[in-house]
Design a protein around this ligand. Structure first.
Ligand code: NAD
Ligand code: MG
Length: 341
């Protein structure tokens, strides 16, 4: 049975008794540091010397020190660096300062699941992964709410790793929304599958293919943009609020009939077969191997793809149309304001 944990299930004393190091002060880092601090937890932020976040964290009233010193001082170390940077920083600045019965925490399972980081056997290895971006983790906390989160234990040296993770999640505000127990493997594999197949990869490919089909058939690019990209938000909001049936209740019967009869032709057998191949690449580690190698090589393919994608006509049409609708991009500005660096 799936179990969700709420405030009543938690022992807040566990995290109150720890010295916590938050490594990194970016999207997740600033939110974890500030929420735990406001929950009364003894935290210090660990950053590189010369990091532009150093003064930001100090101005927010937090104590900042180097990653090495933060790890040394603390007995619970939460690693909130970009996943691609974590292995090198772990080797150089964290691993040499880990002590018996420390707890090493992550907010995503990639580096543990794919053996990019191999912690010693005498520390707890656990995950507290909010299911939302850092600025929401911070904002909902200050508003008295929380972002639902996953907890997982990879290695339980203390015999208390799960309770400590739950207590951390509580201080983060997550038990106000619900905390779900999972494993590093499930979190990592479903996260990669979701972003590749549905949320990012599947979605952008669908939008661009629809746009290209209309433009190549002679329709105005502006019409194609409104139809295939702009209106997506309305539909997604309805699905988010009420599920697929609820969304269909709000659209016309013509749209609903077209949806139910044509949708399965777009995502048919060929697409489902490809989904299985993508899932298989995730599970057998070949996607991870490819991405690690790409990073080691300095990201030549990634940079080329990014550059090509930015030149797609949908970007130019969209930029012009959005310039006339400043309210559309208002939320994006706010997001940039709070994200770290
Ligand atoms: P981020 O890119 O926003 O922040 C990373 C921080 O690390 C920044 O302060 C940056 O300056 C610092 N940094 C970068 N390279 C460094 C290096 N080589 N040495 C030292 N410091 C360095 O990262 P994030 O999005 O907050 O992600 C942190 C972790 O949280 C990741 O494991 C990620 O998967 C996970 N996560 C992120 C989100 C999200 O919404 N962003 C959601 C859930 C989980
Ligand atoms: Mg220590």
């Amino acid at each position: 049975m799936t179990k969700l944990y709420y405030e009543k299930d938690i022992d807040p004393a566990l995290i109150a008794g720890r010295k916590v190091a938050i490594i990194g002060y970016g999207s997740q880092g600033h939110a974890h540091a500030l929420n735990l601090h406001d929950s009364g937890v003894d935290i210090r932020v660990g950053l590189r010397k010369g990091s532009s976040s150093w003064s930001k964290a100090e101005e927010a009233g937090l104590r900042v020190t180097t990653i090495e010193d933060a790890t040394q001082e603390a007995n619970l170390i939460m690693v909130l660096l970009p996943d691609t940077e974590q292995p090198a920083v772990y080797e150089a600045s964290i691993a040499p300062h880990l002590q018996d019965h420390d707890a090493l925490f992550f907010a995503h399972g990639f580096n543990i699941r794919y053996d990019q980081i191999s912690p010693p056997a005498n520390v707890d290895v656990a995950m507290v992964a909010p299911k939302g971006p850092g600025h929401l983790v911070r904002r909902t906390y200050t508003e008295g709410g929380g972002v639902p989160s996953l907890v997982a234990v990879e290695q339980d040296a203390s015999g208390k790793a799960k309770d400590i993770a739950l207590s951390y999640a509580h201080a983060l505000g997550a038990t106000r929304a619900g905390v779900l127990e999972t494993t590093f493997a499930e979190e990592t594999e479903t996260d990669l599958f979701g972003e590749q197949v549905v949320l990012c990869g599947g979605m952008t490919a669908l939008v661009r293919a629809g746009f290209e089909t209309l433009v190549e058939a002679g329709y105005q690019p502006e019409s194609a943009y409104f139809e295939c990209l702009h209106e997506l938000k309305l539909i997604v909001d309805l699905m988010y609020e009420q599920g697929i049936s609820g969304m269909r209740f709000s659209i016309s019967d013509t749209a609903e009939y077209g949806d139910m009869t044509r949708g399965p032709r777009i995502i048919g057998d060929a697409s489902r077969q490809e989904m299985l191949r993508i899932l298989s690449d995730i599970r057998d580690g070949s996607f991870a191997e490819e991405w690690v190698a790409e990073n080691r090589a300095g990201r030549p393919h990634f940079n080329q793809l990014r550059e090509e994608a930015a030149k797609h006509p949908i970007e130019e049409v969209g930029a012009n149309l959005r310039a006339m609708m400043p309210f559309v991009s208002a939320g994006r500005k706010k997001l940039q304001d709070v994200s770290g660096g």
